[in-house]
Design a protein around this ligand. Structure first.
Ligand SMILES: Cc1cc2nc3c(=O)[nH]c(=O)nc-3n(C[C@H](O)[C@H](O)[C@H](O)COP(=O)(O)O)c2cc1C
Length: 400
């Protein structure tokens, strides 16, 4: 949802300016195109150069610094902006925005933009509680702007209080929610989607386990794509990847934990995508203390794990079930067999022996199999793009 979005970060002169630098990095990581405007006070805390390097764009600090004769820079920036994030928002900029003051680059651009505004106040508790600040915040809310609640914690003044800037990841999440709430075309809105990801971990003892090469990247990219199409996503993940924002993430280790987390939500799910590499077997017994070297060969007896996809295939009522088949040979035969045997509605097959596809890669190449339909080949692309194609194909089949 933030991908390719034009986000302008308006930085004003609070002590938390340093955290705004990390926020810019996080917006870039989420795929946004970022520009930064700073007040004169903000530049007292951090040099514009920091933001220039992080945003890969020149930083706007002066309304009258008109670099391009064909454009008036504050209007140009205001029109370019699709989401305005004011962070840290000082009591001063809050006062200006609430009262129509436009006397520098930041306040003038904010006056000229029609983009949604996310205001992130950060200040001393007494400044925050001042009736003028409170009245201004109420006024801004009345204008339809989104205001983030400041955190409570250790303030720069050396004591506990309310007024801390929330952590950058929370701000990215709030920005995403705001963009989502304004989006007009969300084909998966109100749909519940469960996605599993990663290779399960089957413990032998507290320090050893059996797992596989799955990184969880395909599942995580699917979860992000579904989120950006408006779905309520539950990501049940055995992966070590960073948890994506804007969804319910359930971390699990073993196949049985994964099954229980998925089945908890199965009844209300509309689509379930099993992108996880679930271990077929687990050690029959798991030692509760580290096993000691025995100075002789040992055997670990394995017992079969539950087949999560097949269980859902038996129990499904309305759910659209998507399985993955990661194979090294006879891909088509195994995929078609899986589709039938597990009563799935779609199987996404990939040949993990290929160099640009499969485990731990950032790219993939897949073939989508559905009952009574010709297979659909999706050529090599990033996992994020492949994820979108899979979801569009599923939506087409479900007639969403
Ligand atoms: C060390 C220092 C820290 C400050 N921290 C904050 C702050 O966290 N929040 C705030 O609203 N003002 C803070 N101020 C006051 C603002 O910098 C001041 O009101 C300034 O006029 C704001 O200008 P601006 O809104 O144009 O950036 C601080 C000032 C100093 C000197």
């Amino acid at each position: 949802m933030l991908e390719k979005k034009h986000v302008t970060v308006f930085v004003t002169g609070g002590i938390a300016v340093y955290k705004a630098a990390d926020l810019v990095r996080k917006f870039i990581k989420a795929g946004a195109e970022v520009r930064v405007a700073m007040t004169e006070s903000a530049t007292q805390f951090v040099q514009p150069l920091t933001f220039q390097i992080l945003s890969r764009n020149e930083v706007y600090t002066n309304t009258f610094d008109e670099k391009e004769p064909e454009n008036v820079s504050h209007i140009h920036l205001a029109d370019w902006t699709e989401l305005a994030v004011i962070v840290p928002a000082t009591a001063n900029i809050i006062g200006k925005m609430a009262n129509g003051i436009a006397d520098d680059m930041v306040s003038t651009t904010l006056m000229a933009t029609t983009a949604p505004r996310l205001i992130v106040p950060a200040m001393n508790q007494n400044m925050l509680e001042n009736p003028a600040t409170q009245a201004n915040l109420v006024k801004l809310e009345g204008y339809g702007y989104t205001i983030m609640e400041p955190d409570t914690g250790f303030l720069a003044e050396g004591y506990e209080g309310k007024g801390r800037m929330p952590e950058p990841e929370k701000i990215v999440e709030a920005a995403h929610q705001l963009v989502l709430s304004r989006a007009v075309d969300l084909p998966l809105e109100n749909k519940n989607i469960i996605i599993s990801a990663g290779g399960t971990i089957e413990r032998i003892d507290p320090v050893r386990y059996i797992t596989n090469d799955s990184s969880g990247k395909m599942g995580h990219r699917l979860a992000e794509a579904a989120r950006d199409l408006g779905a309520n996503v539950t990501l049940v993940t055995a992966s070590k990847l960073e948890h994506p924002f804007g969804m319910n993430v359930v971390p699990v280790q073993s196949a049985r934990e994964m099954q229980s987390a998925i089945m908890d939500k199965f009844e209300t799910a509309d689509i379930v995508i099993m992108a996880a590499a679930v271990s077929d077997y687990r050690p029959k017994t798991q030692a509760d203390k580290k096993m000691k070297k025995a100075h002789q060969d040992i055997q670990i007896l394995l017992e079969e794990n539950p087949d999560i996809l097949a269980t859902m295939g038996q129990q499904k009522t309305h759910q659209f079930l998507i399985g993955f088949a990661a194979e090294t040979n006879d891909v088509e035969m195994y995929a078609k067999d899986k589709l039938k045997r597990k009563n799935a509605d779609m199987v996404v097959a990939n040949d993990v022996s290929k160099e640009h596809a499969g485990f731990n890669k950032d790219t993939n190449e897949v073939i989508i199999y559905q009952p009574d339909q010709e297979p659909i080949h999706i050529n090599t692309n990033t996992k994020a793009e492949i994820a979108k194609e899979i979801l569009y194909t599923a939506m087409n089949s479900i007639k969403l």
